[in-house]
Design a protein around this ligand. Structure first.
Ligand SMILES: [Zn+2]
Length: 259
């Protein structure tokens, strides 16, 4: 499921392949994925605009079409973007096709849980979705991180709570806690100062490193949990990883390394 590193990689892709290009037309192949706008208005409002920039907040990606018009893309469980080569047939999972002046950009979603829409301001969308600060926002220093998360239950659930900090989901919360050597079930109230510091540093480091490696699991360092997210897999310490259900999701961790 695309989380902050994946969506940041999509943003960079969009920046490289769409910025500065004019949208000649839009084909909405699955109108049920549109949020807050019907296919006709979506097409009419977008057509003719030039992509002026890109932004990301948590797991949401914005394609700016000027100061007061933004396409909002959410990727659900498995979505991605693809600029088609000349003559390339769009994948059958393409839901929206942007016909740019130099080729087509496909919004591809194999499992239809994703959403695409239009907003007049990014702040409106962030408020409407109740999103907290982006996990890599420069304003999110250790003190702010501490203040936002204090008293918010257990570690994994709090990291995944998009209203506290936006961008971290199931996979990266496990990775961050593995790097911080903290048990996902622990209450935030039990962390001492050094552990808070470790948690914060691990979040920054894991997210940035994942982005720099294109958020591709096979390019991530060998020792990372993400490379072998299965119960009973061997951790670098020699112990086996364990699996349990936490906040409605599957958590993986190493009981020998994480306390
Ligand atoms: Zn271990």
């Amino acid at each position: 499921m695309p989380e902050l590193p994946d969506v940041e990689v999509f943003r960079r892709y969009l920046e490289q392949h769409a910025r500065g290009h004019r949208i000649r037309d839009v084909h909405v192949l699955n109108p049920e994925l549109l949020e807050g706008v019907d296919a006709r208005h979506f097409r009419e409002r977008i057509r003719g605009h030039t992509v002026s920039g890109t932004h990301r907040h948590g797991k949401y990606l914005f394609m700016d079409l000027g100061d007061d018009l933004h396409v909002v893309l959410h990727f659900g469980m498995s979505g991605y973007l693809r600029k088609l080569a000349t003559g390339e047939t769009p994948s059958r999972h393409t839901r929206v096709l942007f016909d740019l002046d130099d080729g087509a950009l496909a919004y591809v979603v194999p499992r239809k849980l994703a959403r695409i829409g239009l907003v007049s301001s990014r702040a409106d969308l962030i408020a409407a979705k109740g999103l907290g600060l982006d996990a890599l926002d420069k304003r999110l220093d250790l003190d702010t991180f501490h203040r936002l998360l204090t008293g918010r239950g257990t570690l994994k659930c709090a990291l995944m709570n998009q209203s506290l900090i936006a961008g971290v989901g199931n996979v990266y919360s496990d990775e961050i806690l593995f790097h911080a050597r903290l048990d996902p079930r622990r209450a935030l109230a039990t962390l001492d100062e050094r552990e808070w510091h470790r948690l914060y540093q691990s979040m920054q480091q894991v997210l940035k490193e994942a982005i720099s490696r294109g958020a591709e699991p096979e390019r991530l360092p060998q020792g990372w949990l993400l490379r072998h997210r299965r119960a009973g897999q061997r951790c670098e310490c020699g112990g086996n990883t364990a699996h349990l259900s936490l906040c409605g999701r599957s958590a993986y961790f190493c009981p020998a390394c994480q306390h």
